[in-house]
Design a protein around this ligand. Structure first.
Ligand code: ASP
Length: 513
C-alpha cells in the first residue's frame, strides 16, 4: 500500500487530480444510493421511530387535504414532496406504504403518522462529501481577497484611465462575441440532432409530473435581466457590502477605481496601502498553492458524492439531449477557442490545452467558475505568461459575465424543450434565443446550478412553457460540470488573447518547451 501511495504523491498535480476523479467516479458508482429504499422518521416527540422501507409498490402521502402517489421508481419525487411541506404540515401528514410480500404474494399496507422526515439512505460515497465541500469553500474564500488585492495592485501600476477603458471595452466586446458564437453552435447542434423529437412520450409525462413543484419553486424566484440595471448595479454603494455579498462586478469596479485613485495621492500615503494589498495578494497566492495540494482529495470526495447520488436511469431517455449539449461544448472549446487563439495570439494550441487541464478538472468537479477563479488566475500568470494587471481584471470579469458553456447549453435546452412540446422555432425566435441567452448567461451567477434557472428567461422570451425545465432537471448536474469547464476555458483563452494584444504576455511556452 505504502509504495503505491508514495508513487501517487510523486505524480504531477494534473495526473493526481485526474486519478482522483476517475477513482471517485468509480467509487460513487459502486456505492450508489439505493433508489428503492427510503427511511421514514415518524412519531410524537420523545417517541421518534425510523422505518426502513425497501421495494415498495406504492407510497401515498396524505397532507394538506391532498394525496400524492409515488410508484417504485419515484424516490426522488417522494423525498422532494416531503421536503416541501412545512414541519407543521409534515406532522399532520400520513404516509401509507403498500408492499407485495415476496413469498405469499399478498398485498400489505402500513401507515405512518406524525412524519418528521423521509430520506434516502446515504452510502460511504455520499458520506465523504464534507471533504469536498471544505475544498470548494477554501477556494471560494480565496477568490474575493485575491481579486480585490490583485486588482488594486494591478491598477496602481496601470495609472492610465484610457488604458483601463480600452482593455475594458475590448474584454467585454470579446466576451459578448464568443458567447454569441457559443449559442449559435448550440442552436445548430440542437437543430441537427433534434433531441426533442427523439424523446419518448412516457418519460416526458413522468418527468413533468415529477419535477413540476420543483420548477414552480424556481419560477417564483425573481428573474429579470436588464442591461441598464446591470450596468447601474456595477457601481457599489458600499464596497465592504460588495465584498461581503461576493458581488464580483462591484468588486472589480471598486478595485480599479481605488487602485487608480491611489496613484493620484501623495506617494508616501499611497505606498503603505499598496504594500498592504501586495501582502494580501502574496498570501492568497500562497494559499492557492496549499489548497491545490489537497485538490485531489477534494475532487475525489466531490465526484464520489455526486456520482453516488446520481440516478443513472434518467440518462437513457435524455441521451440525445445530453449528447447535443456535450458535442456543442466540445466543438466550441476545441474549434472556436482553437481558431481564436491561433489567429489572435501566438499561444500554441497543444500547450494551451495541456496547461489548462488542472483548471478544467477543478471547474468540472466544483461546477463553480467562482471557486475555480483562484486556480485559473494562478495558471494564467504562471503557465500562460499573462501579466498580473491584465489577469486580475480579465479573469474575475470573465468568471462573472463570460459563460459560453452556459449560453450554449441554454440554446440547446431551449430548442430541446420547444421540440418536445411540438413548437417549431422560427428564425426570429432563434435569434431571440441568441439575444436572451447572451443576457441570461451574463446574469448567471458563477456558482452551481444557476444556468438552469436563467434558462427560464429564455423560454419566456420565445413563449415555450416554462415547466419544460422539468424535463432536463434530472441531468442538470452533469451538464453543469461540463458547461462550467467550458466557461473557465473561455476566460483563460480571453486572458491570453487580450493580454497579448496589450503586450502584457510573456512568451512562457517557448521557455517551457
Ligand atoms: N455553474 C456554472 C458556473 O459556475 C453556472 C451555470 O451554468 O450554472 O460557471
Amino acid at each position: 500500500m505504502i509504495p503505491i501511495l508514495k508513487k501517487f504523491l510523486s505524480l504531477e498535480l494534473y495526473t493526481k487530480i485526474l486519478i482522483a476523479l476517475v477513482v471517485g467516479a468509480l467509487f460513487g458508482a459502486i456505492f450508489n444510493v439505493d433508489r428503492h429504499r427510503v427511511q421514514i422518521e415518524y412519531g410524537p416527540d420523545g417517541e421518534v421511530n425510523t422505518a426502513d422501507i425497501r421495494n415498495w409498490e406504492n407510497i401515498t402521502v396524505y397532507a394538506k387535504d391532498r394525496e400524492w402517489n409515488f410508484g417504485r421508481s419515484e424516490q426522488d419525487a417522494l423525498i422532494r414532496n416531503i421536503e416541501r411541506l412545512r414541519p407543521s404540515e409534515r406532522r399532520q401528514a400520513r404516509i401509507e406504504v403498500t408492499k407485495i410480500d415476496e413469498t405469499t404474494g399478498e398485498r400489505e399496507t402500513r401507515t405512518y403518522e406524525i412524519i418528521r422526515s423521509v430520506e434516502s439512505v446515504g452510502t460511504i460515497a455520499t458520506a465523504v462529501r464534507p471533504i469536498g465541500t471544505i475544498f470548494i469553500r477554501l477556494l471560494t474564500f480565496i477568490a474575493i481577497p485575491l481579486v480585490i488585492s490583485s486588482l488594486i495592485v494591478g491598477a496602481t501600476s496601470l495609472s492610465d484611465l484610457t488604458k483601463v477603458a480600452t482593455i475594458g471595452a475590448k474584454t467585454i466586446g470579446y466576451y459578448v462575441f464568443t458567447t454569441s458564437i457559443a449559442i449559435s453552435i448550440g442552436l445548430i447542434a440542437a437543430n441537427l440532432i433534434q433531441p426533442g423529437i427523439r424523446m419518448p412520450e412516457e418519460p416526458r409525462e413522468r418527468f413533468i409530473a415529477e419535477y413540476q413543484d420543483d420548477v414552480e419553486a424556481r419560477i417564483d424566484e425573481e428573474l429579470e435581466v436588464n442591461i441598464i440595471d446591470q450596468i447601474v448595479n456595477m457601481v457599489p454603494t458600499n464596497p465592504l457590502g460588495a465584498m461581503a455579498e461576493g458581488e464580483m462586478l462591484q468588486i472589480v469596479f471598486f478595485g480599479i477605481v481605488f487602485g487608480l485613485i491611489l496613484t493620484t495621492i501623495p506617494r508616501e500615503k499611497a505606498e503603505p496601502v499598496i504594500k498592504v494589498f501586495e501582502g494580501i495578494m502574496d498570501a492568497m497566492i500562497k494559499l492557492v498553492e496549499f489548497v491545490m495540494k489537497i485538490a485531489p482529495y477534494g475532487v475525489f470526495a466531490l465526484i464520489a458524492a455526486t456520482v453516488g447520488e446520481f440516478g443513472f436511469d434518467i440518462l437513457g431517455t435524455l441521451v440525445w439531449y445530453v449528447m447535443a449539449v456535450i458535442l456543442g461544448l466540445l466543438i466550441h472549446m476545441f474549434i472556436t477557442y482553437g481558431i481564436l487563439l491561433k489567429s489572435l495570439s501566438s499561444m500554441p494550441y497543444i500547450y494551451f490545452f495541456k496547461e489548462i487541464r488542472p483548471v478544467q478538472l477543478i471547474a468540472f468537479s466544483t461546477s463553480s467558475s467562482a471557486a475555480t477563479l483562484p486556480v485559473n488566475m494562478r495558471t494564467g500568470e504562471e503557465k500562460m505568461g499573462c501579466s498580473k494587471e491584465t489577469t486580475s481584471f480579465i479573469l474575475p470579469l470573465g468568471a462573472t459575465i463570460n459563460m459560453d458553456g452556459t449560453a450554449l447549453y441554454q440554446g440547446v435546452a431551449a430548442v430541446f424543450i420547444a421540440q418536445v412540446y411540438g413548437f417549431d422555432l422560427t428564425i426570429a425566435q432563434q435569434l431571440t434565443v441568441v439575444l436572451t441567452a447572451t443576457l441570461a448567461s451574463i446574469g448567471t451567477a458563477p456558482v452551481p446550478g444557476v444556468g438552469i434557472i436563467m434558462l427560464i428567461i429564455v423560454l419566456r422570451a420565445i413563449g415555450v412553457p416554462e415547466e419544460g425545465v422539468a424535463l432536463i432537471l434530472g441531468v442538470d448536474r452533469i451538464l453543469d460540470m461540463m458547461r462550467t469547464l467550458t466557461n473557465v476555458t473561455g476566460d483563460a483563452a480571453a486572458n491570453i488573447i487580450i493580454s497579448e494584444s496589450e503586450d502584457k504576455r510573456a512568451d512562457v511556452e517557448n521557455r517551457a518547451m
